[in-house]
Design a protein around this ligand. Structure first.
Ligand SMILES: Nc1ncnc2c1ncn2[C@@H]1O[C@H](COP(=O)(O)OP(=O)(O)O)[C@@H](O)[C@H]1O
Ligand SMILES: N[C@@H](CCC(=O)OP(=O)(O)O)C(=O)O
Length: 375
């Protein structure tokens, strides 16, 4: 595989559908198709994460608002997804650009073998010259484990394929200090570095537009995830997809979230972003220092408190005594076992549990130090 730059472009329902009627915004979609095809022809590997299944399904079934009931929403997504991909396929085919439909759920990305498989599939699609079009598999996603908004999904896909750029296209031209619809004098925000992103104090409403779901909050979460995986993230207007290439070439359009140093370790990116933690371990100062500054494995002696209900091989958050997350990792012991051995020297584990179980609570290879798991 060569080292072409990889670009993930996410487009939200608010850009794909007309605000008044919920009907497809065909000219926007056509312009997007042209821009993505051009990028592909220039040699970039391109992934489109497209929302719209529920919105298009609603329009197809002549519903005037998004349903609240989960089963209805899932049924409507099944109607809309087919329509949506049909429209994309027609438009991309007019430009001789092959596409693929990739539907993902959170559950699959949590399974290491599925995660690796999905990555290999994307690589194979790139080699075949295809533009994959991703959406959440809404019809089977269960509520506790769904992305809900495609902003988070796009950041996880970008991390999965180790992308260079994540573009989040929406119905505003950039991030503002507050929702510009409610606060017309809100200030545009042009560049946000990693530190500022953690401290960003904006009124980023989570209401979204009539057809969208997440509003700006989920886009900021996505920016946090992506930038900590080393991916430059841009929020810009969905109506002007021709700006994508201009932005890549350095033009100052939209809001740019500067990336942190890239983490090229695929397994560590999976631990950090693919897995959903099911518990928390609170550590004393010595343990915090040992894992975050000296790169050591986590031992039972440094654990002061355990929260959650988890088993061996599950992911957990590691926090300092005040609850601030400092790392994530995969445990070698269950919550019940760690309750018994916390605060103890590793040599005493066989005596307390009646077996050894490996000694380290989290081996350093299964531990990722957190710069920013603030989702
Ligand atoms: N601080 C903010 N800056 C810009 N837009 C904001 C902000 N807070 C809330 N919004 C709203 O977020 C909306 C986009 O979110 P959403 O409808 O979920 O879009 P999409 O469907 O593209 O994901 C915009 O229409 C805007 O009104
Ligand atoms: N998977 C859903 C995405 C939900 C959604 O509306 O997301 P977004 O418009 O990006 O806020 C769909 O295709 O309708």
């Amino acid at each position: 595989m060569n080292h072409a730059q990889t670009i993930v472009v996410k487009i939200g329902t608010s850009s794909l559908a007309q605000p008044e009627t919920g009907k497809l915004a065909l000219s926007t979609i056509a312009a997007l198709v042209e821009s993505l095809t051009e990028l592909r022809q220039l040699g970039y590997f391109v992934v489109l994460v497209s929302s719209g299944a529920v919105g298009v399904g609603c329009s197809r079934l002549k519903l005037t608002e998004r349903p609240k009931k989960i089963a209805t929403k899932q049924a409507i997504a099944a109607v809309g997804q087919g329509r949506l991909i049909r429209v994309y396929d027609d438009l991309f085919t007019a430009l001789n650009q092959p596409i693929a439909q990739v539907l993902l759920t959170r559950r699959e990305l949590m399974e290491r073998s599925c995660y690796v498989n999905a990555k290999n599939t994307f690589d194979a699609l790139f080699e075949l010259g295809v533009i994959p079009i991703v959406n959440e598999n809404d019809t089977v996603a269960i509520e506790e484990l769904n992305f809900g908004d495609n902003d988070t999904l796009s950041a996880l896909v970008a991390s999965l394929i180790n992308a260079h750029w994540l573009f989040i296209l929406t119905d505003v031209d950039q991030l503002y200090s507050a929702d510009p619809r409610t606060f017309p004098d809100a200030k545009p925000i042009k560049v946000v570095n990693r530190l500022e992103l953690d401290q960003l104090q904006i009124k980023a409403g989570n209401k979204g537009s009539q057809w969208g779901t997440g509003g700006m909050l989920t886009k900021l979460t996505a920016a946090r995830l992506a930038t900590s995986a080393g991916i430059t993230t841009i929020i810009t207007h969905g109506k002007k997809p021709e700006n994508l290439l201009k932005i890549i070439n350095g033009e100052d359009i939209g809001t740019k979230f500067e990336a942190q140093l890239k983490n090229d370790n695929a397994r560590k990116r999976w631990i950090a972003y693919g897995l959903l933690p099911s518990g928390k371990l609170y550590l004393d100062q010595g343990a915090v220092k040992a894992i975050s500054q000296k790169g050591k494995s986590l031992l039972a002696a440094g654990i002061i408190k355990v929260e959650g209900n988890f088993y061996s091989a599950d992911a957990v958050q590691l926090c300092d005594k005040n609850g601030k997350e400092i790392a994530r990792g995969i445990v070698n012991y269950s919550q019940e076992e760690i309750e018994k051995i916390k605060g103890n020297h590793s040599d005493n584990i066989p005596e307390i549990l009646g077996y050894d179980g490996g000694g380290t609570i989290i081996h350093r290879d299964n531990l990722v130090i957190n710069e920013t798991f603030k989702n």
